[in-house]
Design a protein around this ligand. Structure first.
Ligand code: ZN
Length: 696
């Protein structure tokens, strides 16, 4: 049998893989399973390993080729990336149309527009040279952006090379390749699909890390990550919406794009294999545009990405040329912003929730109202300070808002509708569940119930103990925990191991079979590695990763409980906050007793994790010192400290020459100035989020 020609098979595989990438990442209509796709990719990888001469930079195996980069070089855009003027209602849309028609001198005749969904992501400029992707840059300040090519290459919706066009009026083809010749720049938007966002936040939650607020910020943070391998894992996607001709490199023949209308350019881009959001519509006149906007203000919830409006562009490219731009905006385009997803309703009551750590958080019980696809009966109020600042009172009519996938929140009370008897809300003096007095530390915004035996805390703690990333006792969820605690069958973690089929008999929704399953699950959990147990105990500031680190270094429960704060701090990645917290836990006689009972029940108290090598610091940020200043939007100071310490960084209070980074939120003061004076690297919130995402 003749050996097949590797060249031919390689090019066939590349074509097939790109075809399936398009089906999956652009058309959302996969034709083959993920396993089959991986098989194609592996076959190509094997062939390329055997014939390294045949590896090409635009091969799908080369998406993640680079090592982590040191930083992003600044690059200049060929044509400045302008932002768009906004229209917030029909009237402003009509005013835009009138300006266009006056400048075009068309009298009463309608102008054709293209309406596209506006993607809530991060703008990018892609440069293709003779059909090959050579550069991807962020918008930056519009004139200069950051060269993020290695990250852009990992986004599977973006082709590494363009396909021969079959569309009308395509530019002349490169010999033998058929892709658009010369240098062209494609503009688009990188975004995070809602499904990827949900998956990332699930991972963050499992790791005990603060959650990301919305897909846009997460996408922005990811694009600024210095490790392309990590970016590849995040599942970013992209849409492209504009071709910019390379006038700068014109030389012996100005390269203009041979299209007459914007609609044609969108079709051409699509035919080259570029991702174009498919709901765009050519509209004859502004009335049709307005109808498109109204239609999508409702329908946008059915999409897998966030859109905050519609971009409206003059379709005729020659007319665009004539209209030109102002200093800030093109005159031929505008962005219609969807009205915020808001509604009015009444606050029936303000109540508080007691969490596992005793943290007491207020929430509003609302008169149910339909908003953005679901009925809302409750909204978080974050903390007592927030309630006081907004002055939200029981009985108030309030404006509530839903943004992206975020839990609904109360924006503000409507003062004109405030009932005369409404009084300012105050945090209750005592825990609504156990009656203990609530406390708040000087520096903190969070109030706590300090009673470790509080029934609410016990319920939440037991749920945490049994959860998937802790002891992983399947079947021991919220409703069962509630019944066990209410009937006083389980009071603490150790009681779980005394549960038998008899204990469970007679509980709601608990047949003989599910009771037997649960008992088997409980039994099985006894042989879990101690790292799971350490996390399950719910020691403050000890997330999944810190628990594993403690297990690897200390090996047994005795050594963990007997370690001094100094000893704990010598463990890499364990900072003073975690060390103090572990020590406080170990010093409490109740906790010692609890551990003794778990041991007696047969719960494993040792680890199988490999011993750490040498005494080397661990974690991606080991050896780095970070100073926090100002207010971060996405997390509290405490959460940021915890996240950094888990990654091995030391968090310090003051800036010195030894400081690696100063992270600054809003209202940053003298620490930021000092950092700049000393030449210490400073990170804004996006850059900080990117840094902590390098943990994997
Ligand atoms: Zn309580």
């Amino acid at each position: 049998m003749a050996k097949p020609d590797p060249t031919q098979r390689i090019s066939e595989l590349r074509r097939l893989i790109r075809h399936h990438e398009e089906c999956y990442y652009i058309l959302n209509a996969p034709e083959i399973s993920d396993e089959e796709f991986d098989r194609l990719l592996h076959e190509l990888e094997r062939l390329e390993a055997d014939y390294p001469d045949l590896v090409a930079p635009d091969s799908p195996t080369q998406r993640v080729a680079g090592r982590p980069v040191e930083g992003f070089p600044t690059v200049e855009h060929l044509v400045p990336m302008l932002s768009l003027d906004n229209a917030y209602n029909d009237e402003e849309l009509r005013a835009f149309d009138e300006r266009v028609r006056r400048a075009a001198g068309v009298g009463d005749a309608a102008v054709a527009y293209v309406a596209e969904l506006k993607i809530d992501g991060l703008s990018i400029a892609l440069t293709y040279n003779d059909g090959r992707l050579v550069r991807g840059a962020t918008r930056g300040d519009g004139v200069r952006g950051e060269d993020v090519t290695p990250n852009v290459r990992t986004i599977r919706a973006i082709p590494l090379s363009l396909r021969p066009s079959t569309g009308p009026g395509r530019p002349e083809a490169v010999e033998g390749r058929g892709a658009p010749a010369g240098r062209i720049e494609i503009r688009g938007e990188v975004y995070l699909p809602r499904a990827s966002f949900a998956r990332i936040n699930k991972d963050m939650e499992d790791a005990g890390m603060p959650l990301f607020q919305n897909p846009r910020n997460t996408a922005a943070g990811t694009m600024r990550n210095l490790d392309p391998a990590l970016v590849a894992k995040r599942g970013l996607a992209a849409f492209t919406y504009q071709i910019v001709a390379d006038v700068a490199a014109a030389g012996d023949g100005v390269k203009t794009v041979p299209y007459r209308t914007h609609a044609e350019t969108l079709e051409a881009m699509r035919s080259w294999g570029l991702p174009v959001e498919r709901h765009w519509r050519r509209c004859d006149g502004i009335v049709e545009v307005a109808a498109f906007c109204t239609e999508w203000a409702e329908k946008r919830r059915t999409l897998d990405f966030d859109t905050d409006g519609v971009v409206i562009k003059v379709d005729d490219l020659a007319l665009r040329e004539r209209l030109g731009t102002t200093a800030k905006f093109p005159r031929w385009a505008t962005a219609f912003k969807f009205p915020a997803q808001q509604a009015n309703t009444r606050v029936r009551a303000i109540r508080v929730n007691v969490g596992r750590t005793g943290a007491v958080t207020p929430f509003a019980e609302l008169e149910p109202v339909f908003l953005a696809g679901s009925t809302i009966g409750m909204a978080t109020l974050h903390n007592a300070e927030d309630v006081a600042r907004k002055d939200i009172r029981e009985g108030d009519t309030v404006l509530i808002e839903k943004a992206g996938d975020v839990i609904p929140k109360v924006v503000a009370p409507i003062l004109a509708l405030r009932p005369p008897e409404a009084v300012p809300w105050a945090m209750p003096a005592t825990c609504p569940v156990c009656g203990s007095a609530l406390h708040r530390d000087e520096e903190e915004v969070v109030w706590r119930c300090e009673n470790a035996s509080c029934a609410a805390r016990i319920r939440r703690s037991l749920e945490h103990f049994a959860s998937r990333s802790a002891m992983n006792i399947e079947g021991l969820g919220e409703s069962l925990v509630d019944q066990l605690v209410t009937r006083q069958l389980v009071r603490d973690y150790a009681d779980i191991y005394a549960v038998t089929a008899d204990t469970l008999a007679g509980l709601e929704r608990m047949g003989a079979k599910s009771a037997a399953n649960l008992v088997a699950q409980i039994e099985r959990s006894k042989s879990n590695d101690i790292s799971r147990l350490i996390y399950a105990l719910g020691i403050r500031h000890v997330g999944e990763k810190a628990a594993a680190t403690l297990a690897r270094h200390l090996r047994t429960m005795e050594r963990l409980l007997d370690a001094t704060v100094e000893q704990l701090q010598t463990v890499p990645e364990i900072g003073p906050v975690v060390a103090d917290s572990v020590r406080a836990f170990a010093a409490e006689p109740h906790n010692r007793d609890l551990i003794a009972r778990l041991r007696k029940a047969g719960v494993k108290m040792t680890t199988e994790l490999p011993e750490p090598v040498g005494g080397e610091p661990e974690g991606p940020l080991a050896g780095k010192t970070v100073v926090l200043t100002g207010t971060l939007k996405s997390m509290t100071r405490e959460e940021a400290t915890e996240a950094l310490e888990k990654l091995g960084a030391k968090v310090a209070g003051s800036v010195s020459r030894k400081t690696t980074y100063v992270v600054h939120g809003s209202d940053a003061g003298s620490k930021l100035e000092k950092a700049q004076k000393l030449g210490v690297e400073t990170l804004d919130e996006d850059a900080f989020l990117a840094l902590i995402m390098e943990r994997e």
